[in-house]
Design a protein around this ligand. Sequence first.
Ligand code: ADP
Ligand code: 5GP
Length: 212
Amino acid sequence: MSIVERHGLALVISAPSGAGKSTLIRRLVQEFPEFAFSLSTTTRSPRSGERDGREYRFVGREEFEQLIAEGHFAEWAQVHGNYYGTPLQATQDLLQAGQDVLFDIDVQGARQLRRSLTGSVLVFILPPSREELQRRLGRRGTDDQEQIARRLAAAEGELAAAPEFDYWVVNDQLSAAYDRLRSIYLAEGCRMSRNSHILAGITAGWTGGQKA
Ligand code: ADP
Ligand code: 5GP
């Protein structure tokens, strides 16, 4: 009997900038270090503390456009004036090897991945309010006033895409929001359609002759 290998779970997480997505993702990867993080390519400049090959692969616009033309990306989008993309081959290799992969991408990318990666799970992180979103963007201290205004304006359009997602997590209290996110991951890992290899393993060698 051949035992079907487990295919990895693609957990796609999107949110308006400042909602707390990176904070929640950091916790998830800390608790489940076996998670592979999908390393995106971007034309955005590195922020202080970011390193090429760790947070992103940082490239110029010309190189990015060349990569698009070569069919390098599973999805790509322009977000806040910069290109971002997910490499196709690296993603497929990880999932086929049974690795669960986490995607931190915008709503346009999530929409594309839903089509290209069967069985992907889409989670949308919601801020509790516009005011709180603005406060968090300011407190984070990584963007100037103009960038914050741009991110807030973009948030409205991103929230309109929320109904396309499988799950919503409102990031009000951080620990409660994190519990919801980890529950989604754990429950999705138990989905019957992902686990035929378990039953195949249990029933392998069963004689079938013994009845209760
Ligand atoms: P994103 O990745 O969605 O852009 P971040 O994770 O960088 O957002 O969070 C934006 C800011 O809000 C950070 O300063 C972070 O520490 C803070 N933050 C995240 N979650 C919460 C929360 N539940 N309550 C208060 N502040 C939060
Ligand atoms: P930041 O510049 O703050 O790191 O990211 C800005 C936005 O780009 C975030 O919403 C992030 O999720 C999104 N993003 C990061 N990588 C990708 C990617 O590979 N594809 C898409 N479509 N969006 C991405």
